[in-house]
Design a protein around this ligand. Structure first.
Ligand code: XIL
Length: 476
C-alpha cells in the first residue's frame, strides 16, 4: 500500500445497502465486504440519493391513499422510509382500552416493507389524538394505560421498526421553556422517562426518539428546554437514542440557518437526530436545499422524512409545502433536494485494511498481536499484519481477527480504546467521516493518538474532536 495518506474508499450506496445495514443490525454483525469505488453516479430518486451518504429519505403515508396509483407510484419510487401519518397513533391502535387494532397500521407497515422501505413508528405517548377513554384518565390510571399502550403497540411491531417516536410534543410553545400542560404531564413530570424505559424493554432493537416541533431554531426557549431534557437523560442513563425535529416550517415558525447548530448540538449529546415531518410553506427550493444540507452536515443525522407526497396529500394543502404537485409532477424543490443529496460525501464503504494516523504515519495496531479482551490499541509502524487489519462492517464496527471489535471502554475524554469481543454495542460502533476523523457512536468523541504522540507505542484514546492530525486517519 502507498505511503501517502489515502482518503477513505468511497462507494455508491443503494437502498440494498441500507437494508443490508438494517438486516446486519438485527441479525448481529457480519463483515460485509464491498469493493471500494472512487466515484459515484448521481442517483435519480430521493431515497437512492440519500442512501449514497448512508441516510434515508422518507415520507408520511396515509393508508387511505394506498389505492391511488399516482400516489403509490411516486411513493414507491422516491422514498426508502415510511412513517404512518395517523395509523400508529394512540386513537388508531387502541380505540378501546385494552383492545388493540393494528389493521390500518399494518396496512401502512406491509406496504412499506413489501416495497423495500424501513418504517419509523409514530407515536406512542402524546397529548393529542388520544382515544376518548384515555382523554378522561388521569394520575396513576393514566400512567398505567400509557405503559400498557407502549407495551401493546411496540410488542406488535417488535423488531420491525427502525425508530419509534416514543414521546411527541411534550414542551410548550412560547418563551417559558416549560412542559406542555396535558393529562400525561399532570400524571407526574417523570412520565417521559417512564415512557422511554418502558419502550426500551418492549423493543430493544428500535431506536427510541423524542419528537417535537418549533425546536429547530437554536435560540428558542422550547429548543433549549428539549436540549436540557436530553442532556439530563443521557447523564442519568434514561434510554434515548434520537431526537426528531418535525420541521413544519411556515411564516409563524420560519426556517433559520441556525438549525444546523441545533442538529450538531443535539448530536454532540450522543444521540442521533432526524428530520421527521418536513414541510415548508411555499416550498422554496432554496429552503428545502438548506434543510437537506443541514442534515447532511451532521454525521448523526439519520435522514429526512417529508410529511406527505403531493401538496394535495398534505395536512396543510393551502401551504403547498411538499415536493410534488397535486398532479404528481416534481416541483423545483424536489430537484434542489435531489441535487443536495447527490452532492453529499459518500458514506465510507465497508471494507478491510490498515488505518493510518495522518500525523504519525503509523498504523492502528493491537500490541503484540494480542487477542485478549481489554488490550488497548496503539500506533505502530505499518506492516500489514493481521493485528493491523481492520474490517469496517455495515453495522459500523471496526473488526480485527474477525471477531474482536475496536471498543471504547467508556465515554469520556481519555477513555481507553481497546479490543473486545464484538457484541453489537454502540461503544463498538464508529463513524468514519470524510474529514478523516473516526467518531465513537456512543460517546461522540474522536479516536485520538494520546498527547499528539506519533511514536511506536503511542496509546489510542477517545478525546473531544479537534480535527488535529492525531485525530485524522486514512484507510489504506
Ligand atoms: C397530523 C396528520 O398529518 C393529520 O392527518 C392529522 O389530522 C393530525 O396529525 N405533528 C405530528 C403529526 O407529530 O402526527 C401530525 O400529523 C402533525 C403535527
Amino acid at each position: 500500500m502507498g505511503s501517502n495518506a489515502i482518503p477513505p474508499p468511497i462507494v455508491r450506496r443503494k437502498i440494498g445497502r441500507l437494508l443490508t445495514a438494517l438486516v446486519v443490525g438485527v441479525l448481529g454483525s457480519a463483515a460485509v465486504l464491498v469493493a471500494p469505488q472512487t466515484s459515484h453516479a448521481a442517483e435519480s430518486t430521493l431515497g437512492g440519493a440519500a442512501a449514497q451518504s448512508g441516510r434515508y429519505f422518507g415520507t408520511a403515508i396515509a393508508s387511505g391513499r394506498l389505492n391511488d396509483s399516482t400516489y403509490t407510484t411516486i411513493a414507491g419510487r422516491e422514498f426508502n422510509s415510511v412513517t404512518a401519518e395517523n395509523e400508529m397513533k394512540i386513537d388508531a391502535t387502541e380505540p378501546q382500552r385494552g383492545q388493540f387494532n393494528f389493521t390500518a397500521g399494518d396496512r401502512v407497515y406491509n406496504w412499506a416493507v413489501q416495497n423495500g422501505k424501513q418504517v419509523r413508528g409514530h407515536t406512542l405517548a402524546w397529548h393529542s389524538q388520544q382515544p376518548g377513554w384515555m382523554q378522561s384518565l388521569s394520575g396513576s390510571a393514566l400512567r398505567q394505560a400509557m405503559t400498557n399502550h407502549i407495551n401493546g403497540v411496540m410488542g406488535h411491531y417488535k423488531g420491525k421498526i427502525a425508530q419509534w417516536d416514543v414521546v411527541n410534543e411534550a414542551f410548550a410553545d412560547g418563551t417559558s421553556g416549560a412542559r406542555r400542560d396535558s393529562n400525561l404531564q399532570r400524571s407526574g413530570n417523570d412520565w417521559i422517562e417512564v415512557a422511554f424505559r418502558t419502550a426500551r424493554a418492549a423493543d430493544p432493537a428500535a431506536k427510541l426518539c423524542y419528537n417535537d416541533y418549533n425546536v429547530e431554531n437554536w435560540t428558542w426557549a422550547k429548543t433549549q428546554a428539549m436540549y436540557a431534557m436530553v442532556r439530563d437523560f443521557k447523564q442519568r442513563g434514561v434510554p434515548i437514542d434520537c431526537v426528531g425535529f418535525q420541521s413544519h416550517f411556515n411564516s409563524d415558525s420560519p426556517y433559520n440557518s441556525n438549525f444546523r447548530t441545533t442538529l450538531q448540538s443535539f448530536a454532540a449529546l450522543g444521540v442521533d437526530v432526524a428530520i421527521t415531518e418536513l414541510d415548508i410553506q411555499g416550498a422554496s427550493a432554496t429552503t428545502y436545499a438548506n434543510v437537506t444540507n443541514d442534515c447532511l452536515a451532521v454525521p448523526r443525522c439519520l435522514g429526512i422524512t417529508v410529511w406527505g407526497v403531493r401538496d394535495t396529500d398534505s395536512w396543510r394543502p393551502e401551504h403547498s409545502p411538499l415536493l410534488f404537485n397535486g398532479d404528481g409532477s416534481k416541483k423545483p424543490a424536489y430537484t434542489s433536494v435531489l441535487n443536495a443529496l447527490n452532492a453529499a460525501s459518500p458514506a465510507p464503504s465497508p471494507g478491510s485494511g490498515q488505518i493510518k494516523g495522518v500525523g504519525s504515519g503509523r498504523c492502528l495496531d493491537v500490541p503484540g498481536a494480542s487477542t485478549t479482551d481489554g488490550t488497548q490499541v496503539n500506533l505502530w509502524d505499518c506492516n500489514n499484519r493481521t493485528n493491523q487489519q481492520w474490517a469496517y462492517t455495515a453495522a459500523g464496527e471496526l473488526r480485527v481477527y474477525g471477531n474482536k471489535c475496536l471498543d471504547a471502554a467508556g465515554t469520556g475524554n481519555g477513555t481507553k480504546v481497546q479490543i473486545y469481543s464484538c457484541w453489537g454495542g454502540d461503544n463498538q460502533k464508529w463513524r468514519l467521516n470524510s474529514d478523516g476523523s473516526i467518531v465513537g457512536v456512543q460517546s461522540g468523541l474522536c479516536l485520538d493518538a494520546t498527547a499528539n504522540g506519533t511514536a511506536n507505542g503511542t496509546l489510542i484514546q477517545l478525546y473531544s474532536c479537534s480535527n488535529g492530525s492525531n485525530q485524522r486517519w486514512a484507510r489504506t
